[in-house]
Write a protein that binds this ligand. Structure first.
Ligand SMILES: *Cc1c(COP(=O)(O)O)cnc(C)c1O
Length: 386
């Protein structure tokens, strides 16, 4: 038995002709450019926090339309470092969602803060702004004060950010966007991650912008905050060997930074390809299966193309029989996982919509290098499901 990156058991891997994700295909598509970038780093003799990292940070900030970006070792560290830079730690609560990669909650705990989990709007699978506002107005008893909110732009779909920002502004609470699944998604014509004080991106290989190893990046228009983040990521050094405050080690290495510079130049095209694949899937859906909702005024960048059905297992088995792999993002809400069950604060909605979604969602193959023939194969199989 093999486990893929989403933990799904691939029982008949040999028969799969359309994988659910394929970072290897992402490498092959840009092999010449990536190999040259890696060779450049190897020959340079400088392997951590050098010219490639500075180049990637400048190019990523420019692509975001922001002044600063800070490369770090992974997306979890990006979130934890952003919280630290906002002085969020022990004695603080941080609100986020249960319907996310567990990393979002792990980052809150890394800084010693207490997570409180808000339910989702079931149409878009993102944080319910009304429940967040209610929790900010009347926090659950026994919870430390809420000092930050982390909305997650899940599956490539922007959250309903305006009411979240408004509720947070009323309470003087900063918003830290988790953009790990939404590099390039827009809301009201602006890229997510650029509308709040600080935003965090995982650059894990399967993400819309993915390294060939671990990576993460924090984006901000606040120069002082960026300078503090850059120090915190390396032992709190503002000057070499001198720690002005206690920091950590979460550096982005030069090899990944060089690869990410190559990938960044192709990101807009890769997102457009994901959107075209999503449109082909939409057109093939029949019967009870409904295309994923797109938020009005937003562009969805389809980190995942997620369907929902009470007959999930049966549909997945039918697709698998045709050589098509699917995934589940995520099979178990954070608050029901063994590490958290009974130990984590929930808002008044008790994450019921999250639990219902987790029981029914499944993700079709989605990565830019899917061939037209593979997309047609999935579409044909979807037509037969109806
Ligand atoms: C991938 C992901 C993370 C964590 O990123 P890592 O690079 O794996 O640490 C955090 N939040 C969300 C929503 C993610 O999808």
């Amino acid at each position: 038995m093999r486990h893929n990156h989403s933990g799904e058991i691939a029982v008949s891997a040999a028969a799969i002709t359309v994988p659910q994700a394929s970072p290897g295909a992402g490498y092959q598509a840009l092999k010449g450019e990536i190999d040259a970038a890696v060779a450049r780093v190897l020959a340079s003799g400088w392997y951590v926090l050098g010219a490639e990292c500075r180049g990637f940070e400048a190019e990523f900030a420019a692509w975001m339309g922001l002044s600063r970006a800070v490369g770090v070792a992974n997306g979890t560290d990006a979130l934890a470092l952003a919280l630290r830079a906002l002085d969020v730690g022990p004695g603080c609560a941080v609100a986020t969602v249960s319907h996310t990669a567990v990393a979002t909650v792990a980052a809150i705990q890394m800084v010693g803060a207490t997570p409180v989990l808000i339910d989702i709007d079931p149409a878009h699978y993102t944080m319910d702004p009304a429940e967040l506002a209610a929790v900010l107005d009347a926090p659950p008893p026994g919870l430390p004060p809420i000092r930050a909110v982390i909305p997650v732009h899940l599956y490539g779909q922007p959250v309903d950010l305006d009411p979240i920002r408004a509720a947070c502004a009323r309470h003087g609470v900063p918003v830290v966007e988790d953009c790990s699944q939404a590099h390039g998604a827009t809301l009201g014509g602006r890229k997510v991650g650029g509308m709040t004080q600080v935003s965090c991106f995982s650059l894990y290989p399967t993400k819309n912008l993915g390294a060939l190893g671990d990576g993460g990046v924090i984006a901000t228009a606040d120069d002082a905050l960026a300078t503090r983040l850059a120090a915190l990521r390396q032992y709190g050094w503002h000057r070499h060997y001198i720690s002005d405050e206690a920091g950590v080690n979460t550096r982005l290495d030069e090899m990944q930074a060089a690869i990410l510079r190559v990938k960044l130049a192709h990101l807009d095209a890769a997102n457009a390809r994901r959107q075209a694949i999503a449109a082909a899937y939409d057109a093939a859906l029949t019967g009870e299966l409904r295309p994923p909702a797109r938020r009005a005024g937003a562009t969805h960048v389809f980190h995942q193309y997620v369907l929902r059905s009470p007959q999930r297992a049966e549909l997945q088995a039918k697709l698998r029989a045709e050589g098509i792999a699917t995934g589940i993002h995520y099979p178990m809400p954070v608050h029901t996982q063994p590490a958290y069950a009974g130990r984590i604060a929930l808002g008044p909605a008790a994450c019921r919509a999250t639990e219902a979604a987790c029981a029914e969602v499944f993700s079709l193959p989605m990565f830019p290098e899917l061939t037209d023939a593979q997309v047609a194969q999935v579409a044909a199989a979807l037509r037969r499901l109806g």
